[in-house]
Design a protein around this ligand. Structure first.
Ligand code: XIL
Length: 370
């Protein structure tokens, strides 16, 4: 019973947005099966018509479509790599640019996996989102257990940002400079950075990143900021204040990690529109929609609509430039390892077959034409 109520809310929201965006799409069946994996050849040797890729549709819609990329899968699984190259025109390293991957011991940098992704992106005509420079997670123990003075830690952060952004200078489209700095109530998260450096660490991080690569577009990135709520209000106030001070921040990333157990963010377009007015761009940076397992048909339908709610929010926002999914296949999703009993959050299944969520995204992109 509870489930039905929640689903009805998600469905109503998506239907509302959809009607505004593309009235005629409501005639199509949301549960219809997507095309199977691209056919290599039709009967009698004739080439089969190939379905439009997401990136071809996104090009026409004037938006970038991206995916987070698992470095091991990219290197080891041709089918994975083929789909990254064919379907997306932007990529984000899922882990390879995080602090623990890049600077596992002080002053020793390892860019091997990140460089491989940047090279892959160049070969496939893709843009790269850099992720992420300042975060409370995936920090090496030499940072967290180092017992540094404030001055030392500030210099360590400065060095890390300068080294990493300089290494990739000219190759990164958008950098997630600061990630997840707020609590749900809009107060600043009690991270090592806030504790030791005070709230000024945020402005410092943007200034240092800008010095190292003046052309990269610098983002603040967080979750649960899809709609208007205390956390997104705090992000709005932060960005407004930083812009007034002349701090180089040019974008806000809405991660978009959703769960069919909760209503989809109906007011996402309202939320993103206010960032347009501040003069920054926005992006959906980590979209996925998890389901308590086993998933039933109603939950799958809610998932399709939740993906559409996020994408339509972006399409309706003039300066929302990209929509990135946090991995495209259930085979390599972070969800089962993080949210007990949940999964099937992505747009392809574990066997690389596109799911109905893929169709839902294709439909929105097909009809967007902005
Ligand atoms: C996750 C990765 O997907 C996992 O592989 C890793 O173990 C933990 O981090 N918000 C973020 C991402 O900004 O970097 C996180 O990625 C998911 C939540």
């Amino acid at each position: 019973m509870i489930k039905m109520t929640r689903v009805a809310t998600v469905g109503a929201a998506a239907a509302g947005l959809m009607a505004f965006l593309v009235p005629n799409v409501m005639a199509s069946s949301p549960g219809q099966q997507p095309p199977a994996a691209p056919a290599k050849g039709g009967p009698h040797g004739k080439p089969a018509p190939s379905p439009q890729t997401l990136r071809a549709l996104a090009d026409r819609a004037g938006i970038h479509i991206g995916t987070a990329v698992n470095a091991d899968a990219l290197a080891g699984e041709p089918q994975y790599a083929d789909l990254v190259g064919a379907q997306f025109n932007s990529v984000t390293p899922e882990n390879a640019m995080k602090w623990d991957a890049v600077e596992p011991t002080r002053g020793t940098y390892n860019y091997t996996q990140a460089d491989q992704l940047v090279a892959f992106a160049k070969a496939h005509g893709q843009l790269v989102r850099g992720h992420t420079l300042v975060w409370h997670n995936q920090l090496p123990s030499w940072v967290t257990a180092g017992d540094f003075s404030a001055a030392e830690l500030r210099e360590i952060l400065h060095q890390h940002i300068t080294a990493e952004v300089s290494h990739f200078k000219g190759k990164i489209w958008q950098w997630d400079v600061v990630n997840e700095a707020f609590n749900e109530d809009g107060t600043l998260r009690d991270s090592i950075w806030l504790q030791k450096l005070g709230p000024g660490y945020i402005a410092d991080a943007f200034r240092w990143a800008h010095q190292a690569d003046p052309k990269a577009i610098l983002f603040y990135n967080d979750y649960n900021i899809d709609g208007v709520n205390p956390k997104s209000n705090a992000v709005y106030d932060l960005v407004s204040s930083l812009r007034k001070q002349g701090v180089p921040i040019q974008g806000v990333g809405d991660q978009g990690h959703l769960d069919v157990q909760y209503p989809a963010p109906h007011d996402i377009a309202t939320n993103l529109a206010r960032f347009d007015k501040l003069g920054v761009q926005t992006a959906i940076t980590e979209a996925d929609v998890r389901i308590p397992l086993p998933a039933d048909n109603t939950e799958v339908e809610a998932q399709n609509e939740a993906y559409q709610t996020l994408l339509e929010g972006c399409l309706l926002t003039r300066h929302c430039t990209d929509f990135t999914v946090w991995g495209f296949t259930d085979k390599y999703s972070w969800v089962p390892g993080t949210f007990t009993g949940e999964g099937q959050a992505n747009i392809y299944d574990e066997n690389y077959q596109p799911k109905t969520a893929y169709t839902a995204i294709s439909q929105d992109l097909t009809l967007a034409g902005r």
